[in-house]
Design a binder for this molecule. Structure first.
Ligand code: ADP
Length: 448
């Protein structure tokens, strides 16, 4: 097992990894930018090292800075968290070249799934059902328009290198293709430095259902059921839950087995998420994330496993500590993403937290790196915490979420908590009867 792990991230996820390390008796190293000297992950880790100025490109995304930090501190492995370098194949490769262990899949698998066209091709070949669409990138507007006609409008134009919901545009008809095609391309170019796009059938009322898989890198893999992340704003998840309200045990076993077998066949190592849109009882693969997800705690809650611990074990060459058979679902779990945002426009709201009180009690977990007096820097994303609740069933989890929210205090900055207070009063949320488009429509009526 490793003696020392460096965490190439910040915020709640860096703290999450520190916690797993401490329970495993592993020393942790925090890296930080100059604006994060007082951050909680820096305070909680066993050691810390400054790697550069506030902009991500010069610190948390700087591969030379992170490799040097490993050399200076003697860390043997790097946990990338999510975001930043977590899905950067070059980073995984460079670490390997420096005899440092990347806690995640191989550079080859990151590359394979990072390009969405190749990912779809690969998954199709492994027997995973995909959204109907183009087999490759669309070079010209004419090609995209013709393909739209072939699969039938509406269609969605998506960036091959996409992520975070960027570079994605809807074309309801052939007439809308020109603007969708060009906007998607320029957004993709600006966000990812790669303007390749592809075209997919636009699904009108799907749920977002994703399967958590875990491979040992040696041909064995298990699945840990699904998470439903259908509550989204601008293609970004707002609330996640497990198990999925519309997925029964037979369906779970079937899609879980398909995904686990697919990743086993490519000798996938560590945690991965196979994302689907789910409509009228059919699954349509959209992408695979080759890292730990923000919403991993809901899976941990219902299966009683520590996914970060398993990531570290597998990276160190140890077997996964559970078998498919031993995994039994216990109850229901819901996570909400608490952001430093000002409603109704969801504009970033950095600043100093004058008072913070975290909720507690049975079935409540707060993963956050904020504290009384902490100043949220303006340089990073707005996620300041995740509130995760666990109950014996969905109604109990929802009641617990409402109760926990009533205890939470975050003063001094604006947050999106009022959104959740309002959502919990909605019959569609209480019944679980909504799809990926529901929140946008609800917001336009109630908020914007
Ligand atoms: P990203 O990598 O940017 O997150 P994804 O491919 O994972 O992009 O899609 C993110 C979200 O965008 C999905 O959860 C869904 O809400 C929406 N979306 C993606 N593809 C489609 C599609 N074919 N039809 C309808 N909505 C889609």
């Amino acid at each position: 097992m490793f003696e020392k792990i460096l965490i190439a991230n910040r915020g709640e996820i860096a703290l999450r990894v520190v916690r797993a390390c401490r329970e495993m008796g592993i020393q942790s190293v925090a890296v930080h930018s100059t604006s994060d000297v007082d951050a909680m992950h820096v305070r909680m880790a066993d050691e810390s090292i400054c790697i550069g100025p506030p902009p991500g490109a010069q610190s948390y995304l700087s591969i030379p800075a992170i490799v040097s930090a490993c050399e200076i501190t003697g860390a043997q492995a790097v946990h990338p968290g999510y975001g930043f370098l977590s899905e950067n194949a070059k980073f995984a490769q460079i670490l390997e070249d420096h005899e440092l262990k990347f806690i995640g899949p191989s550079a080859e698998h990151i590359r394979l799934m990072g390009d969405k066209i190749t990912a779809k091709d690969t998954m199709k070949g492994l027997g995973v059902p995909c959204v109907p669409g183009s087999d490759g990138g669309m070079e010209t507007l004419d090609e995209a328009t013709a393909l739209g006609r072939q699969i039938g409008y509406p269609v969605i134009v998506k960036a091959t290198a996409g992520g975070g919901g960027r570079g994605m545009k809807l074309a309801k008809s052939a007439g809308e293709m020109e603007s969708a095609f060009h906007t998607a391309r320029s957004e993709a170019k600006a966000a990812f430095g790669n303007d390749e796009v592809y075209v997919e059938k636009y699904l009108g009322k799907p749920r977002h259902v994703e399967v958590q898989v875990f491979g040992d890198g040696k041909g064995k893999a298990v699945h840990l059921g699904e998470r439903d992340c259908s509550l989204q704003r601008r293609h970004q998840k707002v609330l996640e839950e497990a198990p999925g309200p519309t997925i029964d045990a037979t369906t779970r076993a079937r899609i879980g087995k398909t995904c686990a077998e697919a990743v086993a066949r490519i000798n996938y190592a560590g945690a991965g998420t196979v994302e689907f849109l789910y409509e009228d009882g059919e699954f349509y693969f959209i992408e695979m994330n080759t890292r730990l997800q923000v919403e991993h705690p809901v899976t941990e809650s219902i299966y009683g496993v520590d996914l970060v611990r398993e990531q570290i074990r597998v990276a160190a060459g140890e077997p996964i500590s559970f078998s498919q058979k031993s995994l039994q679902i216990d109850g229901h779990s819901i996570e909400i993403r608490i952001n430093a945002e000002k409603l109704p426009l969801f504009s970033p709201s950095p600043g100093r937290i004058t008072q913070y009180h975290a909720p507690g009690g049975l079935g409540v977990r707060m993963d956050s790196a904020i504290y009384d007096g902490y100043s949220i820097p303006p340089h990073y994303d707005s996620l300041i915490g995740k509130l995760i609740v666990h109950g014996r069933d969905r109604p109990e989890a929802l009641a617990r979420l409402g109760r926990a929210l009533s205890e939470l205090i975050v003063d001094g900055i604006d947050t999106n908590v009022p959104l959740f207070d309002a959502l919990l009063r909605e019959p569609a949320i209480q019944s679980g009867n909504y799809n990926i488009h529901w929140l946008e429509k609800w917001l336009s009526k109630n908020f914007e």
